[in-house]
Every structure is written in structure tokens, then in C-alpha cells.
Design a protein around this ligand. Structure first.
Ligand code: G6Q
Length: 536
């Protein structure tokens, strides 16, 4: 097996880890007065501070040596060039083509996909403009006021995250809802009080076969027909985003109202494919293109910047350092920007569905850790709940802070307070507070140890000017490429998701068993008991 753990640089990192594992971040700063500026980058308007990490010059050198030894430099190009790097599904991985300018040429099986991408973008823009301007009328002549995206996983998390993140830029006369869960309450609450005559459903499903989405889509059609009792009206109120035209037509959606994409776009990488239709309706085509431009800038940065000046590459290497050497299990992401409240949930799918793999590309069980558990909440809220564990618990949790200089809603001192807190948390995590410092405050002996902050807790800070469509695009692409580099290093496939299949298959077996009490069941004793409990 071509183990990464057998590479020279990995072995060197293991040895080096023993030297540095107990070195305090405070000492690292003490040794080098310029550390804060030395270990930071300012690229594409992102000030990326990675100085508060448990690394010294040698660590950085060895991490880059690892990247060199694993040929990250040349292999990153494989994705952009359309090579079929999603080996288990024999597919190219070209979400970067979705945000490439019209003039580019990217070949998949000899076919230039860029004109196709722009044709769909133009069709989306034309449709979005009609909805936004009121030119598109519902069946009874009313304008559309409600847009309901029905989709799940990659066909939901991107749209809902982008909508929440860019709400400030959205048309407030339109009301957006996102239905994903097969739990009927999700649908029921989304349509509560809505007038079908003013509602547009976007059925977003790459395959158009997903149980949850098709169940919700059928329920939506029933709900709609219960208000407008005429199947002809469907054409004005249902559109589809899919790669499966046949099933879209079978559902009753006019193929004219279908927005296509391709098998070389993975679900969780599809936010900039037609899956972004609800986003474009919300923020308008111009803003949407600004978002694409932000993505593209980050794509180009990742593709062309030398590894040592490459934000996603550095993030990826630091992630490996904590995951595989410090044995950190999780990575926290705390946006100090309330509009980014769904960003951590979006990242959970992107990172964990991509790199939560146990075998390498040859199908051999790996004997090292792969993807970290990603989690997070917006600051400052998290500070009043789980930050305690990061500061004084026993686990090592590297943190990504994301903040913006300017608020989209400048109110009094709010932004100063928000950003002061973000900066303070990074400082407190790294430097902590010693016993001596606590004692000097006159704290009684019995409480001293309770008030000590050991510090030495690593964090990165991503500081931008202001949240905008462009900056959101940069941030998402930055994490996408970090995921890819980590996948390359772990020698796994970040672009399939076979781990979601088994549960789906078993559910299909259990559905008829729940629906028919007489049906014989022969699962294990626990599963049988659960089924019987439901039946009763
Ligand atoms: C993402 C996954 C998965 C997918 C959903 C929805 O990478 O493939 O989350 O997006 O299962 O699939 P459909 O879009 O086909 O309904």
C-alpha cells in the first residue's frame, strides 16, 4: 500500500511532533516578534492569520515538504483539467467550470462544457428576471411572491446557506422557503398561510429520484392542486433543477422549465450549478455573477498561487497537522457574522461527506485518520455556550474565525463589540491566563486553578472587508479546495458518498414493514422491537 505514513516527510513530521507537541504558542510568539505578520497572508481581500497555531518554521517546512512529496502542486491541476479524478464513479470533478468565464474552454470527453454552463446561467437569469419583475404570472394571473425550494443534501444546504448569507442583497418582496426533510412538518410549516396562486416550487434534485425530495414534491403538487384544481396550472408554478429530464417530464414539469446540470458536478459542489436558481431569484443575476466571480478568483488563487502562499493549501496542511498528529477530532468554524449562521451546516456536508472515508483510492483500509468533524455556530452566541469546553476542557479543538470589518447593518457599537470579541477569543485561546496572573488578581487559593486558562489552543482568523456575494463565493471555494487538498493527502476520494447508501436501502425495506402490520419482519431483535413499537 502506498501509505502516506511511509513518506519521508510524514516520518519527519512524526519526529518533529515529539519536539513541538508541548511548546506553547506563547513561546512561539516570544521567539519571534514578527510572527503575527510572518504567518499571515493577504490575498483576494482575505487577511488570513495563521500565526496562532502550534507550528514553528520547521513544522511549516515539513508540512510543505509533505505537500511537495505528494505532488499537490501538479495534482491540483487534475481537477481543473477535467481529469476523471472521481475514480469510483468514473467522473470528472468540475465545479470550478461552473464559475469560469465564457471565454474559457474545458473539455470533458472532448466536449467543451463552458458554453453549456453559460447557456444554463443565461436561462436562469432570464427566468429569475421574470420572477423578480413580476413578468412571470401564476396560472390565475397573480405575480409570484413565494419561492419554495424542495431538495435535500447538496440540493438544499447550498441554496439555504446562500439565501441566509445573502439575505441583505435579496428582494424582500419575495418570500423564500426551503423544504428538505421528509418529516411532513417541514413541508407543512413552509407552506403555512401561503397562497398557491402566488407560489413557485423549485424541485431541486440532481437525480430526481431522492425519496425525501420526491415525497415533498408530490405533496407540494397535491397541496397546490387542492387550491387550484387544474393540472394545467402546474406549468406556471413548478420548475425543476435536475440532470434527469425524463423523470422531470414524468412528474409533469414542462422541460422548458427545467434547468440542467451535469454528472461532473457533485451534489455538495452544486451550489453554483442550476441548484443556485433560488439564490439567483433572491439576489438577482448581477449579484449572482458577482458571487461566481468570487468563486472564480479563489479557484484561480488555488490553482496558480505557490503552495506557500496558497490559502486553501495552508488550511489543509494545518488541518492534517491537528488531525493526524495532535489527534484532534474536530474542527470548529465560528463566523462572526450573523448572516453566516448556516455556513457551518453547509461546511459539515462539504467536508464530512467528502472526506469521511475509510479506504484509499485503491479500496484499501487506511490506518490513519481521515476527515475531521466540522461544527460551529456564529459568534458571539457560541461564547455563551460551548466555548467553555474549548478554553478549559481537555480536548484540542482548532478553530476558524471568520469576520468582516464592516457590518451590513451598522448599528451603534455593535460591530466593534462583535469584532472585539472575535479577536479576543483568538487571543484568549492562544495565550490563556497563568496561575500567577490569576493569583495576582487576588483570587483565593481554592479558586485559582479553576480560573486558569492553559491557552495553547490554535486558531486561524479569516478577516474580510464586508460580507458580499463575491466574498461568500471566495469563502466557499476556499473550503472546497481545502477539502480537495486534504483528500489528496489522505489518498481518498472526496467526491463520492457511498456511506449514505446503506441506510437508504434499509429504509426502503422498512417502509413496507411499517405500512403493513401483518408483514413478517426478520431484523435483529433491537430493530424488530422498534418496528413493533411503531406498529402498536
Ligand atoms: C451530495 C450528495 C447528496 C445529494 C442529495 C440529494 O454530494 O450527493 O447530499 O445532494 O442526496 O440528491 P439529489 O439532488 O439527487 O436529490
Amino acid at each position: 500500500m502506498n501509505h502516506i505514513t511511509n513518506t519521508q516527510s510524514w516520518k519527519a513530521l512524526e519526529n518533529h511532533f515529539e519536539e513541538i507537541k508541548n511548546v506553547h504558542i506563547k513561546t512561539l510568539f516570544g521567539n519571534d516578534k514578527e510572527r503575527g505578520s510572518k504567518l499571515s497572508l493577504n490575498e483576494l481581500g482575505i487577511y488570513f492569520d495563521y500565526s496562532k497555531h502550534r507550528v514553528n518554521d520547521k513544522t511549516i517546512d515539513l508540512l510543505f515538504k509533505l505537500a511537495e512529496e505528494l505532488k499537490i502542486d501538479s495534482r491540483r491541476e487534475e481537477m481543473f483539467s477535467g481529469k476523471k479524478i472521481n475514480k469510483t464513479e468514473n467522473r470528472a470533478v468540475l465545479h470550478t467550470a461552473l464559475r469560469t468565464p465564457k471565454s474559457a474552454s474545458i473539455l470533458v470527453d472532448g466536449h467543451n462544457v463552458v458554453p453549456d454552463v453559460h447557456e444554463v446561467l443565461d436561462k436562469m437569469a432570464s427566468f429569475s428576471n421574470k420572477i423578480r419583475s413580476g413578468e412571470w404570472k401564476g396560472y390565475t394571473g397573480k405575480i409570484i411572491k413565494n419561492v419554495i425550494n424542495i431538495g435535500i443534501g447538496g440540493s438544499d444546504l447550498g441554496p439555504v446557506m446562500a439565501y441566509e448569507s445573502l439575505k441583505h442583497f435579496s428582494d424582500r418582496s419575495l418570500n423564500f422557503k426551503f423544504v428538505s426533510n421528509v418529516d411532513g412538518s417541514d413541508f407543512a410549516e413552509a407552506v403555512e398561510g401561503l397562497d398557491a396562486e402566488e407560489s413557485l416550487f423549485i424541485i431541486s434534485s440532481k437525480t430526481f429520484t431522492t425519496l425525501e425530495t420526491m415525497t415533498n414534491a408530490n405533496t407540494a403538487r397535491d397541496w397546490f392542486l387542492s387550491q387550484i384544481n387544474n393540472p394545467e396550472a402546474i406549468a406556471k408554478h413548478f420548475v425543476a433543477v435536475s440532470t434527469n429530464e425524463k423523470s422531470v417530464i414524468e412528474f409533469g414539469i414542462d422541460p422548458q422549465n427545467m434547468f440542467g446540470f451535469w454528472d461532473w458536478v457533485g451534489g455538495r459542489y452544486s451550489m453554483t450549478a442550476a441548484i443556485g436558481l433560488s439564490t439567483m431569484i433572491a439576489i438577482g443575476a448581477e449579484n449572482y455573477h458577482k458571487m461566481l466571480n468570487g468563486y472564480h478568483q479563489m479557484d484561480e488563487h488555488f490553482r496558480n498561487a505557490p503552495l506557500r502562499k496558497n490559502i486553501p493549501v495552508i488550511m489543509a496542511l494545518l488541518g492534517i497537522w491537528y488531525n493526524n498528529f495532535f489527534e484532534a477530532e474536530t474542527q470548529a468554524v465560528f463566523p462572526y457574522e450573523n448572516y453566516l449562521k448556516r455556513f457551518p451546516a453547509y461546511l459539515q456536508q462539504l467536508t464530512m461527506e467528502s472526506n469521511g472515508k475509510q479506504v484509499n483510492l485503491n479500496g484499501e483500509r487506511i490506518d490513519y485518520q481521515s476527515g475531521a468533524i466540522y461544527w460551529g455556530e456564529p459568534g458571539t452566541n457560541g461564547q455563551h455556550s460551548f466555548y467553555q469546553l474549548i478554553h478549559q476542557g481537555t480536548k484540542l479543538i482548532p478553530v476558524d474565525f471568520i469576520g468582516f470589518k464592516k457590518s451590513l447593518n451598522p448599528l451603534g457599537s455593535h460591530q466593534d463589540y462583535l469584532i472585539a470579541n472575535m479577536i479576543a477569543q483568538g487571543e484568549a485561546l492562544a495565550f490563556g491566563k497563568t496561575k500567577e496572573e490569576v493569583k495576582a488578581e487576588g483570587i483565593t487559593d481554592d479558586l485559582v486553578m479553576h480560573k486558569v486558562f492553559e491557552g495553547n489552543k490554535p486558531s486561524s482568523t479569516f478577516f474580510l472587508d464586508q460580507l458580499s456575494p463575491e466574498n461568500l463565493g471566495k469563502l466557499v471555494a476556499m473550503y472546497e479546495h481545502c477539502v480537495y487538498v486534504q483528500g489528496l493527502i489522505w489518498d481518498i476520494n472526496p467526491f463520492d458518498q457511498m456511506g449514505v447508501e446503506l441506510g437508504k436501502v434499509l429504509a426502503m425495506k422498512i417502509i413496507p414493514e411499517l405500512e403493513n402490520d401483518e408483514r413478517e419482519i426478520n431484523h435483529d431483535s433491537s430493530t424488530n422491537a422498534l418496528i413493533n413499537f411503531y406498529r402498536k
